[in-house]
Design a protein around this ligand. Structure first.
Ligand code: SF4
Length: 279
């Protein structure tokens, strides 16, 4: 195995491997930094990314009980005008869904194929009816459809890990996959939230596929980390000039920011600080 000793699997690095094994190799094994823009509107890209982080913090404070008026004042003063609109739409659309016990910014860890996996959730809601609902806030410009979201590593890993961790939320009693759903809410498309209920069949498929995926990554040699054949994946990849896949960055409009505000390596807490959920 050529993975670093301190390596943890996350939805982000698994998605990188699925999108392009060579990108995974450069980013997580060689830890190569490359001086290229992800999109051609670098300043706007950076501003939107930072505003997404601020929006997540506002929502976190709201869910933890900070008075709405104080948060609204912060949102109104934000340097990116979009953020004030995201916040207003959040207050319009989301609070009616928030009945139940809240688990805000919760990190779960587990093992699969003998490897550590880490997932950070914006919100988990446990309902009196036995439901467990994952909420994920997105500030990307584009709101992808259900089919795309179902394929994402984030959806597959987060729902699977919550099944495994469910006894923690219900006094030691495990939840069935059918009690779990993952909801995406898009600040830029507030009326188009997507709910993805889980099932026993999907859970078994995820368990099989993700176990195999982790085993493939762990057993890969240098030669196995090949460049993707899908050149569309290179358009927004910082390594494209290194790979001779073009030098011009893609445009911001087309960039899929889905994972930029979730579990980047910088935002994950140190592994030793986390409770590990065994399965
Ligand atoms: S530029 Fe393309 S081939 Fe190279 S690492 Fe990025 S996605 Fe992979």
């Amino acid at each position: 195995m050529i993975l670093p000793n301190d390596f943890d699997f996350t939805q982000g690095n698994l998605q990188d491997f699925v999108d392009c094994p060579y990108r995974f190799y450069l980013r997580y094994i060689l830890r190569t930094t490359w001086p290229a823009l992800v999109v051609d509107q670098a300043l706007e890209f950076e501003q939107r990314g930072q505003a997404g982080g601020r929006f997540h913090r506002l929502v976190q404070q709201y869910l933890l009980g900070v008075p709405e008026a104080r948060i609204s004042a912060l949102a109104a003063e934000d340097p990116l005008p979009d953020l004030g609109a995201w916040w207003e739409d959040f207050l319009t659309y989301v609070p009616p869904w928030l009945g139940g016990q809240r688990w805000v910014e919760t990190t779960l860890t587990t093992t699969l194929a003998g490897q550590r996996l880490v997932a950070k959730y914006d919100l988990i809601l446990s309902g009196e009816d036995g439901s467990l609902t994952i909420f994920d806030w997105k500030t990307a410009q584009r709101a992808p459809g259900k089919a795309h979201l179902l394929e994402r590593m984030q959806t597959r890993l987060y729902r699977l890990m919550l099944v495994q961790a469910s006894p923690t939320f219900f006094g030691g009693i495990p939840a069935a996959p059918a009690q779990i759903a993952m909801n995406y809410w898009f600040a830029t498309h507030p009326e188009n939230s997507v709910s993805l209920p889980y099932s026993q069949a999907a859970y078994e498929q995820d368990q099989e596929d993700l176990t195999r995926l982790v085993e493939v990554v762990c057993s890969a040699t240098r030669e196995d980390f090949v460049r993707t054949d899908d050149h569309k994946k290179c358009r927004y990849c910082v390594y494209r000039s290194h790979c001779d896949r073009g030098v011009a960055a893609g445009d911001l409009e087309g960039y899929d920011l889905l994972d930029e505000d979730t579990d980047s390596l910088e935002t994950l807490p140190a592994f030793e600080d986390l409770p590990e959920i065994e399965f």
